[in-house]
Design a protein around this ligand. Sequence first.
Ligand code: ATP
Length: 354
Amino acid sequence: MTDTYLRIQGLTKRFGASVAVRDVDLDVRQGELVVLLGPSGCGKTTTLRMIAGFVEASEGRILLEGQDYAGLPPYRREMGMVFQSYALFPHMTVAQNVTFGLRMRKLPRPEIEARLAETLDMVKLSTMAERYPRQLSGGQQQRVALARALAIRPKVLLLDEPLSNLDANLRQQVAREIRALQRAAGLTALMVTHDQDEAMMMADRLVVMSDGLVQQVGTQEELYERPANTFVARFIGHSNLIRGMLEGGERLVIPGATIGLAGHYDSSGDCTLAIRPERARICAPDDPAARITAKVEDATYVGAHVEVLLVLPDSTRVILHDPTDGGAARRFAPGDLAGIAWDLASERLFDDAG
Ligand code: ATP
């Protein structure tokens, strides 16, 4: 990537004998919003904190516009951070909270006033400047935290689970607001979340982490269409994962059955087949397109599609989304045997054991 703005190289954090973050590499372009996504404990917050300067890296480099940030204290990094808890000062008004960083940096008074007006306008809180945090809703407090981070005109905006303290019905709205603001201001931003929907909705690119390791970096489409391993296939959207033994590069042997694969693979031994629910179809068990037969357990009309639950001979459960219009699921009753068919473009085979 030629136009890298923030570059992270080999970033590692050890706490005693345990490694929270392992050898993370990431290039972020100017104006991009990158989301670090992963389950609790995967190291995403520690990664963000190392970038902010709150946690010292054990190894690795953080470069912003080519400048090495090692050893720089947080306030000299020109990064604005929004914390999960908002971390507003309860005894200060909105205006005092928002201008805190500017006053610490001893900016001239007129400049402070101008930036206060500008950032409150950006987050639509201009009429609330004299209120105290306790007099604001959760969503408004979150916007004050955002305004405080924006007021310093950060080179990078860091967001640590910014939506997790909001009501479920407010989250989407605030997610859109943050995204619109970030885009309009052309801000480079890194956000941490464990919520897949939130990540998919807001990110230009996502970094999927697990066990302190980056599993894959990519756009929503790349992660969904071409997951790098079973962890990503399972974590992004739903994948039917079928474990078996690859034979002759084109058959997956599972207890009680053999699946005829669409592709030909060089690997051998334990493999995991991943099929998205909407990428396979149900057909007659003797249909030549059927790659395996399974027992229909249930079929539920859910509006957008018919959700069909099937059980393979090895007891693995498979979910298919059959079209409500012209799909075959209606022809099957619970207990019937059915075929499952898919094409090469819908098949992913991983040589990890899943
Ligand atoms: P969450 O979503 O729960 O915050 P996370 O993905 O952000 O999880 P981190 O908070 O970065 O994960 O933690 C990664 C690992 O490092 C965890 O196993 C955690 O227990 C450990 N860890 C984090 N901070 C410390 C610390 N100060 N001392 C020791 N271990 C720590």
